[in-house]
Design a protein around this ligand. Structure first.
Ligand SMILES: Cc1cc2nc3c(=O)[nH]c(=O)nc-3n(C[C@H](O)[C@H](O)[C@H](O)COP(=O)(O)OP(=O)(O)OC[C@H]3O[C@@H](n4cnc5c(N)ncnc54)[C@H](O)[C@@H]3O)c2cc1C
Length: 379
């Protein structure tokens, strides 16, 4: 085992949230160490699959909008600092039957927070974006700022900017355990022992393994994503096909234009409620995975319901109320964690990085994170 090394802050888990946190801390001039058990980036956690939706107004509630605005600013800043585009604006469509809760909440968030938007019928949507073929009677909130991020590239860009600012980031070094003591923390990995003034835990689906208090409230769940062959790929190019979330018969589906690899990408907010073991996840493609997605495609995007071209398995980490869990440890104020992103966290990585750097540096943040208080499940 190597000798003890001392840092201002250690970040455990360099995925979506951890890479942004390391980048923020290093940019502030702190001596920071990021520890990641796999390669950076990798396909075994929650931040892979080429694209993630970003939009400003959310059915999760209007209080996410200010964080979303700051997230956009920070993504643009990352692009400037890394010299790489990670955010692609295509517009976003949130559609459902009038009265569908998710659709109505998105509309309310747009109205309350002055988010630019239009409301279109399914016929109007198809006329403007011919890849869309939603059934009659559906209505859509269209946000011009919506689009997608490229998650693997985001993680890499955050890490390369962090390294350029002096951060040490170790890939393929699993953390075994950590302990806090008055004024600091000690982290033990497969390769060494490190000490720091503060600790940030951004371990995604493994959060409960490192913070027992999170085990019952940050629960991993298997999710699938698939790419289907359109009959006319030009209709599904980013310039002609906005990202979407569609509520259909109480279920929510989401999808993307063709980007990076062939095919329209599609997934379903599965919410099977079945907890998964992140170290023993079923990563094989099941017939029912394809049937579930193909049935929806036929009904809403019939021109993209061709051959299955590719699939991937990923994990949500769900909290009981589907809001994030962000804050300081109940006993140790120098330890903070961010977990439970419940399938809608990626767009916020950039701003969560800022929040976590604030918590690591001074134990508080100017951002309103009261909705995410870890104590809400215990009090
Ligand atoms: C299929 C799918 C689609 C999604 N779609 C969207 C979307 O369109 N828009 C959106 O905003 N969000 C979306 N999300 C959610 C979003 O991707 C996640 O909220 C986000 O990626 C979570 O980031 P994270 O940093 O918490 O987890 P991760 O990126 O998985 O990072 C956690 C890291 O911790 C590491 N780690 C764990 N234990 C240890 C240890 N002991 N030692 C060292 N390292 C460790 C892991 O290896 C991992 O790299 C989607 C998620 C999935 C699965």
């Amino acid at each position: 085992m190597t000798s003890k090394q001392v840092f201002d802050a250690i970040v455990i888990g360099v995925g979506g949230m951890g890479s942004a946190t390391v980048c923020q801390l290093a940019g502030r001039g702190l001596r920071v160490l990021g520890l990641e058990r796999f390669r950076i980036p990798h396909e075994l956690g929650s931040s892979h699959g080429i694209t993630r939706i970003i939009r400003l107004a959310f059915h999760e509630g209007p209080s996410y909008v200010p964080l979303g605005l700051r997230a956009y600013e920070l993504w643009r800043e990352l692009e400037q600092r890394s010299g790489e585009q990670v955010l692609h604006v295509t517009g976003s469509v949130h559609a459902g039957a009038p009265g569908a809760v998710a659709f109505e909440n998105t509309l309310r968030a747009c109205e309350e927070q002055d988010v630019p938007h239009e409301v279109l019928t399914s016929a109007e949507l198809a006329a403007r974006f011919p890849g869309y073929g939603l059934p009659p009677g559906m209505t859509a909130v269209v946000q011009p700022q919506g689009g997608f991020l490229t998650p693997e590239r985001c993680v890499e860009a955050h890490v390369s900017v962090a390294r350029a600012c002096g951060a040490e980031v170790h890939a393929e070094e699993r953390v075994l355990d950590w302990e806090a003591f008055s004024g600091g923390v000690r982290v033990r990995t497969e390769a060494g022992v490190y000490e720091a003034g503060s600790l940030v835990l951004t371990a995604g689906a493994w959060a409960g393994r490192l913070v027992p208090e999170l085990a019952e409230v940050a629960v991993p769940e298997r999710q699938v994503m698939a790419w289907f062959e359109p009959d006319d790929p030009a209709l599904f190019a980013p310039s002609r096909f906005p990202v979407f979330i569609v509520t259909m018969d109480g279920d929510e589906y989401y999808g993307f234009p063709e980007f990076g690899v062939p095919g329209l990408k599609l997934g379903k907010f599965d919410d099977t409620g079945i907890a998964a073991d992140p170290d023993a996840l079923d990563r094989t493609w099941r017939t029912h995975d394809e049937e579930m997605l193909r049935d929806f495609l036929r009904r809403c995007f019939p021109r993209a319901a061709g051959r299955l071209l590719r699939m991937a398995v990923c994990m949500f980490t769900n909290s009981p109320d589907r809001h994030f869990i962000v804050g300081t440890h109940p006993v140790w104020p120098q330890v903070s964690f961010a977990a439970g992103f419940s399938g809608h966290g990626f767009k916020f990585c950039s701003v969560i990085g800022e929040v976590m750097a604030d918590l690591a540096e001074r134990g508080e943040t100017r951002h309103d994170i009261s909705l995410f208080a870890p104590t809400r499940f215990t009090s």
